[in-house]
Design a protein. Structure first.
Length: 361
């Protein structure tokens, strides 16, 4: 895929997040968490802060920009990100106090069409309110009315709390059943189905057809040599060859870089971009040494990767068994979630303690 098409598939702008908080309320820690999460995903990220002064005479803001594309997808390019927030160009505003939400609105950072506002109605009085004779408090209802004028959908906190541990929305954040790129999940399933049909008959070569949106990402057409899992999990040829020859891809299989048979078959796999194949779908044609060609057309949608809570538990436990994680750790985590909102944090901490003891052993 040429560089122009790869560039056109990249996000047009970073995700922009403005945190309006008071000193000591954890705004800086929250910003650090966002930065750490972006770095864990291998996304370019930048964070700046503008400290206020004591006693609420000035606002304290933290600004984070995250470019949602990995280093492999960027292929050596570096996004340019801003040091300060731009009015009207903020995706998420988080305010820990009502007047801080009002300040963000007053500064033009909240756009009714483009900004998601997460704010508290909690109040900590500013110096200007405290020094006024009598009742100098700002009218919270006026601030709420102004903020709500920019809100298209109100948040029912009580309803959200009631759903904790009961209602699992896994369709929007799909679980990946195999340790490969999201675009290669259907491919692996199709390859496993073909392996059952092929049996022990030697494979001569194979052709894979997938949507250009997926094949255009950096690393998807790579045939190695591989030295890291970030290479194998992205490679369509490798993610076809490995399950065709070895079956279910495990972390061990995906980190075995010197399997001569898998590497040889990887070289004999041709990748073709085909706009008629929908995303999350693929066509595989395998030519056998006996002259027979066997085909598999797998059609999937995001809904196919949305699992029930029990299914997610089983999939996660399968990975845990591969890595030697004690099943008791999962029991404790699930017990904590099941008991929400009354779950005991000791159960969650105990789960990680079990994992830590295993790692230290």
């Amino acid at each position: 895929m040429n560089q122009e098409m790869q560039t056109s598939l990249l996000p047009q702008r970073p995700v922009t997040i403005l945190i309006a908080a008071l000193g000591g309320e954890g705004g800086g820690l929250f910003a650090d968490w966002l930065v750490a999460a972006a770095m864990d995903c291998d996304y370019p990220v930048q964070s700046t802060s503008i400290p206020g002064v004591s006693q609420r005479t000035g606002a304290t803001t933290y600004y984070v920009e995250i470019y949602p594309a990995t280093a492999a997808q960027l292929n050596g390019r570096t996004p340019v990100m801003a040091l300060t927030p731009t009015p009207g160009a903020i995706d998420v505003v988080a305010a820990s106090e009502l007047i801080e939400a009002g300040r963000a609105l007053q500064g033009g950072y909240i756009d009714a069409d483009n900004t998601t506002l997460v704010a508290s109605t909690h109040r900590i009085y500013a110096v200007a309110e405290k020094v006024m004779p009598g009742d100098g408090r700002a009218d919270s209802e006026k601030v709420l009315a102004a903020v709500r004028a920019y809100v298209r959908e109100a948040c029912d906190v009580a309803a959200l709390k009631a759903r904790l541990g009961r209602d699992w929305s896994t369709l929007r954040v799909a679980f990946k059943p195999y340790p490969v790129c999201a675009f290669n999940q259907t491919l692996v399933g199709a390859a496993l189905a073909l392996k059952e049909r092929i049996g022990s008959t030697p494979i001569k070569r194979a052709t894979v057809r997938m949507n250009p949106f997926e094949t255009g990402y950096a690393g998807m057409d790579s045939k190695g040599p591989f030295t890291t899992i970030s290479g194998t999990l992205m490679s369509i040829p490798f993610c076809t060859a490995a399950p065709l020859l070895r079956g279910l891809p495990t972390m061990s299989l995906m980190t075995t870089y010197d399997d001569a048979a898998v590497n040889a078959l990887t070289e004999r796999i041709t990748l073709e971009s085909d706009a008629s194949v929908a995303t999350l779908s693929c066509k595989i044609a395998v030519e056998l040494e006996n002259g027979t060609t066997i085909e598999e057309y797998a059609r999937k949608t995001p809904a196919d990767y949305g699992y029930s809570r029990a299914d997610v538990s089983a999939l996660i436990r399968r990975i845990g068994r591969e890595e030697g994680v004690p099943m008791a750790a999962y029991d404790r985590i699930e017990g904590f979630v099941e008991a929400l909102p009354d779950g005991k944090i000791d159960d969650a901490i105990g789960a990680f303690a079990l994992i830590a003891r295993r790692a230290a052993a």
